[in-house]
Ligand binder design. Structure first.
Ligand SMILES: Nc1ncnc2c1ncn2[C@@H]1O[C@H](COP(=O)(O)OP(=O)(O)OP(=O)(O)O)[C@@H](O)[C@H]1O
Ligand SMILES: [Mg+2]
Length: 308
């Protein structure tokens, strides 16, 4: 449904995309996971026809976006990174406005508006000016605006940034329902847990390249058979580095003031030895064994962490 092949894009000296390829099937949620400046919004921009790539192709439902932009836009729903709504209007009026932009009118428009209001859980607030809406409600309305014309491909650019956990959960549920309705979804995020909870497949993107791609399980496998031992407490990086040289079976993944992450094979066999050595590492308050995660894979691939 969504096909992207070898996209390149430079902004002056900045190589925003260095050959990005992926495809998304109908009903599938594809996560583009990467830190600030990775190239997520630029990729979305190419798919909407707003950014013209230097080379490479992108198509929606077999329609080449560069050659047949008007037709491509008809199958496409976009939820931009910044909420784009008119605050002095009601939710219903905002949606009517966007529906007309998509070429809807008359009873088709009013039916579509009522239907999406229902879908995003805002039907009972439809007559209020949206300046009273919470951040989560504005985000849901922003999503609704992208769904009015029943798109087969939906692009969502970080739709949960800055929301409380409950609002985030309701948006993730909404995204699942969009895919369950048969649309192909591209979902960009820099939240690891969202990619893990939501996406059928994930592309890890950094500095304009997709570094790894697969289902969560495939990416976990790529992270290696080593499990992670997470210690919470108080640590000093120099001390940890020095002390852990005495225990070469462990690899130090990350040390911060409050957390020490180590990887090791067959963690349960090594926990006792680690705890015996723990007092020389710092003050340990909590110990947990974790499965190899996207986080450890990401640190391995990029040498850095996903940041806010
Ligand atoms: N219009 C533009 N002009 C110049 N540089 C740009 C433009 N758009 C993006 N860039 C640069 O291209 C790179 C990729 O940016 P992009 O917005 O795609 O990242 P992102 O992954 O969406 O990041 P974020 O998580 O911050 O939204 C960045 O270095 C950015 O500064
Ligand atoms: Mg962005």
């Amino acid at each position: 449904m969504i096909e992207v092949s070898n996209l390149r894009k430079n902004f002056g000296d900045i190589e925003a995309l260095k050959g990005v390829s992926f495809s998304v099937r109908a009903g599938e949620i594809y996560g583009l996971l990467g830190p600030n400046g990775a190239g997520k919004s630029t990729t979305i921009g190419v798919l909407c026809g707003l950014v013209v790539p230097d080379s490479g192709q992108a198509s929606l439902d077999g329609i080449d976006i560069a050659r047949r932009p008007v037709e491509a836009r008809r199958v496409l729903g976009v939820v931009p990174q910044e909420v784009a709504l008119y605050t002095e209007f009601t939710a219903r009026d905002n949606l009517s406005f966007f529906g007309r932009l998509y070429g809807l009118g008359g009873s088709r428009l009013s039916e579509a508006v009522e239907q999406v209001l229902e879908r995003v859980g805002l039907a009972d607030r439809a007559r209020e000016p949206i300046e009273r809406f919470s951040g989560g409600m504005l985000r849901r309305l922003n999503i609704a605006a992208g769904l009015l014309h029943g798109p087969k491909a939906v692009l969502m650019d970080e739709p949960t940034v800055g929301l409380d956990p409950q609002s985030r959960a309701s948006i993730l549920e909404l995204v699942r329902s969009i895919a369950a309705g048969g649309a192909a979804v591209v979902y960009t995020t820099h939240y690891l847990d969202e990619a893990e909870r939501l996406c059928d497949r994930i592309g890890v993107i950094d500095r304009g390249s997709i570094l790894a791609e697969g289902t969560l399980q495939e990416l976990r496998d790529a992270a290696g058979a080593r499990e992670i031992i997470a210690l919470r407490g108080t640590f000093a990086a120099e001390v940890v580095t020095r002390e852990m040289q005495k225990h070469p079976e462990f690899e130090v993944l990350k040390v911060t003031d409050g957390e020490l992450l180590l990887t090791v094979q067959r963690a349960e066999q090594h926990v006792a030895a680690l705890l015996a050595a723990a007092s020389s590492l710092g003050t340990v308050r909590e110990v947990a064994i974790r499965q190899p995660s996207l986080e450890s894979l990401f640190i391995k691939l990029t040498g850095r962490e996903l940041r806010e």
